[in-house]
Design a protein around this ligand. Structure first.
Ligand code: FE
Length: 335
């Protein structure tokens, strides 16, 4: 009797389009729950498709490879570009052709093969000491200038954010010139690369260095954290290369898993993630720049000013990824 009753309820609910028990999706996500959960809840509310999320800091590509054809993964969300490339390189994703996605995301932020899409972008900024340096009109190239000797702090050169920056320098200047630059940049470091992006801004505040390299959204995160606000207050956020090609940007993104068992709904979710509604959530919650040009950044992020971003297609960063890693080793950047 009880069983009959619940079947009846289920039938009613699905007839009303509220819940359809058969419709669900699995997302493997490098992006954190505080950001992803509210967006996926909106998707479920709009479509009735339930989303299961597996959060991981590492190893999603390995997991999908291990699971093979039995993998429940439909959509993969990554927090940076190199993780998207890893999925492509290991042949774990498949192309998605969608007019909705293509009209929401400019070409620069999509794979030419349609097998990955960027969802948000962030600038690799140069933070400068308010007290000792002031606001800077600076180029990444200037990081190698002698005037900054012993004044720059950065996290490991081998972090994906810095690898992408070096890859962009190779794309623009060629390997030989980029290597000379990287040697000069290394020679200017105040200390061995260590810690995360925020730790570099803290080091500026503490007087260990005058200049730090870091992503744009960390400025907002530090301002919002009572323990870190003083670090952010000690620096200016500078957008490099404004008189020429524009600031280097990195992206977070998404891809359709190769053996996705729920392809139709997976594409529906991917389309939703490029929509105004989802893009606005990314902008507000994580203080990143939306890739959908019709969505404005958050009020706080907008207050940092307008800037020109490097128009180098994101897939070019992949082309020079290995060369960048090799170069970082050759100049012993982290040693
Ligand atoms: Fe980050």
């Amino acid at each position: 009797m009880k069983l009959l009753k619940s079947i009846a309820i289920l039938g009613l609910a699905s007839a009303a389009g509220l819940v359809n028990a058969a419709e669900s999706l699995t997302v493997y996500s490098y992006r954190q729950a505080f950001l992803v959960d509210p967006i996926l809840e909106k998707f479920t509310a709009d479509t009735g498709v339930k989303v299961n999320v597996v959060f991981a800091k590492n190893g999603i590509a390995e997991r999908i490879a291990r699971e093979g054809r039995l993998s429940p993964a439909d959509v993969v969300l990554t927090s940076d570009f190199s993780r998207l490339m890893e999925l492509v390189d290991k042949d774990l994703v498949v192309p998605v052709e969608s007019d909705v996605i293509n009209s929401n995301i400019p070409e620069q932020y999509r794979s030419p093969e349609s097998d990955w899409y960027a969802l948000t972008q962030r600038v690799r900024n140069v933070y400068s000491s308010k007290e000792r340096t002031g606001k800077l009109d600076i180029n990444y190239e200037d990081l190698a200038n002698k005037e900054y000797k012993g004044k720059i702090c950065t996290r490991s050169g081998k972090h994906p954010y810095n690898i992408a920056l070096v890859a962009s320098m190779i794309a623009h200047h060629g390997e030989a010139e980029a290597k000379t630059w990287l040697e000069g940049f290394k020679a200017n470091l105040a200390r061995k690369p260590q810690g995360n992006d925020r730790a570099q801004v803290r080091a500026v505040k503490e007087g260990l260095c005058d200049i730090a390299i870091g992503n744009s959204y960390y400025f907002g995160k530090m301002l919002a954290d009572p323990n870190q606000k003083s670090w952010a207050d000690a620096v200016y956020l500078n957008f490099p290369n404004q008189d020429n090609r524009g600031s280097h940007v990195n992206v977070s993104g998404m891809a359709l898993a190769k053996y996705s068992p729920n392809r139709e709904n997976a594409v529906k979710l991917m389309e939703f993630l490029t929509s105004d509604e989802a893009q606005k959530a990314y902008a507000e919650v994580n203080m990143e720049y939306p890739v959908n040009p019709s969505v404005a950044p958050s009020e706080l992020v907008a207050s940092w000013g307008e800037f020109k971003s490097d128009s180098l297609p994101i897939h070019k960063l992949a082309e020079y990824n290995q060369a960048a890693i090799k170069m970082l080793d050759e100049v012993r950047f982290d040693l």
